[in-house]
Ligand binder design. Structure first.
Ligand SMILES: Cc1ncc(COP(=O)(O)O)c(C=O)c1O
Length: 385
């Protein structure tokens, strides 16, 4: 699989991101540490997206901008063609970020001290946002095996209290790369329905499933809990647009949609016009680029797994989605894997931020030679030669 992999020029030469205000590259600026942490890619955006942004720039007026008429239909067309789901375009509302959308759902759908359940380990804002909104996060650990991270249904039932209002599902799951299948999603739908909770499904990674696996949008299920669910999605992971701050909330309830923006309390800005232009172009014209990207990411995932398998004390279940690999370093005996990596010139994400010390998360979305150098440094960090 990896040996015969054909290189793709679109993902070979990346712009130098140093001194561009890149969060990823500034973190260890001036030090020889390869940054493979925060989830953006070093690849340049697709030509189709750059053309759409240029066209919008040429218009020359950048006033306050609400959802342009093409925004919701472009998202629906994309969801229909990739995932076989056609939500009502009227249910779609632009929002400057998926994280913003999560924060809004906490304020709209839960009261002070109510519980928001989520599977852990998880993308850090899932752990911090409930507290910032005066709500409580309820952590439900996933079960770990060599093959995958899966739902522990007993732990899930045991976590429920009368104050449990919301479930935040990261689907596909960051950092483990788990893709939840129809059977699990239906069982989750029964679970939230039985306990009177609303499902909020963060599907920002849903266009980056690997090995041809299908993504099943939670809200596409034939289930009452799915009809009430809120879906958050964005083109930002798939097409590397995070800095353009454009995401979408799919909110079937019209009254909730009216209250969506006010729930931001004047703190949440409108989406910017360049973000809208890029999003629409991504959904309408970005699929060829996306498919080529997925092939690179599968190759990179395989490279990381092969390296991890050769380093004593490291283990990783193969991710079925994302460009992230979640590595268990506890067998290495090193007390601080993150510090060991940084000392060896590698900058992953620290598992502590995801609620699980002893792990690191590697972002594989960079040119292949850079990833190979990162893996040499990973070996060095853990004494693997
Ligand atoms: C699961 C998940 N949700 C949301 C985000 C961030 O979304 P946004 O930049 O739209 O706030 C990320 C970024 O890595 C993510 O992994």
């Amino acid at each position: 699989m990896t040996a015969s992999f054909p290189p793709d020029p679109a993902f070979a030469d990346c712009p130098d991101r140093r001194d561009t205000g890149s969060e990823k590259w500034d973190r260890w600026a001036g030090r020889d540490i390869l940054p493979l942490w925060v989830a953006d890619m070093d690849f340049r955006a697709a030509d189709e997206l750059l053309a759409a942004i240029r066209q919008r720039v040429d218009h020359g007026v950048f006033g306050y901008t609400a959802d342009p008429p093409g925004f919701a239909p472009a998202l629906v067309a994309h969801l229909e063609s990739l995932h076989g789901w056609s939500p009502d375009p009227a249910s779609i509302t632009g929002t400057p970020g998926v994280v913003t959308g999560l924060a809004i759902t906490a304020r709209l759908l839960a009261a002070a001290d109510d519980g928001i359940l989520t599977f852990t380990p998880v993308y850090p804002p899932f752990l911090t946002l409930p507290g910032l909104a005066g709500r409580r996060v309820v952590r439900v650990p996933l079960a770990q095996s060599a093959a995958a991270w899966t739902i522990d249904w007993d732990r899930l039932e045991a976590a429920v209290t009368p104050q449990s209002r919301l479930f935040w599902l990261c689907h596909p799951h960051n950092p483990t790369g788990t893709v939840f299948g129809r059977h699990e999603l239906l069982r989750l739908a029964d679970f939230v329905e039985r306990h009177g909770m609303t499902m909020v499904s963060d599907e920002i990674w849903s266009d980056l499933l690997l090995d041809g696996l299908p993504h099943i949008p939670f809200a596409s299920l034939d289930h009452p809990a799915a009809r009430r669910a809120i879906t958050l999605t964005a083109p930002s992971k798939t097409w590397n647009l995070a800095g353009l701050a454009c995401a979408a909330a799919i909110v079937p309830d019209a009254d909730l949609r009216r209250r969506w923006r006010p729930a931001g309390g004047g703190l949440v800005p409108m989406v910017n016009p360049l973000g809208y232009a890029a999003a629409e172009a991504a959904w309408r014209h970005g699929d060829d680029w996306r498919r080529r990207l997925v092939r690179i990411l599968e190759h990179h995932r395989d490279l990381v797994l092969a390296a991890v398998a050769q380093i004593p004390g490291l283990a990783a279940a193969p991710p079925a989605a994302t460009y992230l690999v979640w590595i268990d370093c506890r067998g290495s005996g090193l007390p601080d894997p993150q510090a060991a990596c940084e000392a060896a010139g590698l900058g992953p994400s620290d598992g502590r931020d995801f609620g699980l010390p002893g792990f690191i998360r590697l972002n594989t979305a960079c040119p292949t030679p850079r990833l190979e150098e990162a893996l040499r440094r990973l070996r060095r960090a853990f004494g693997g030669g």
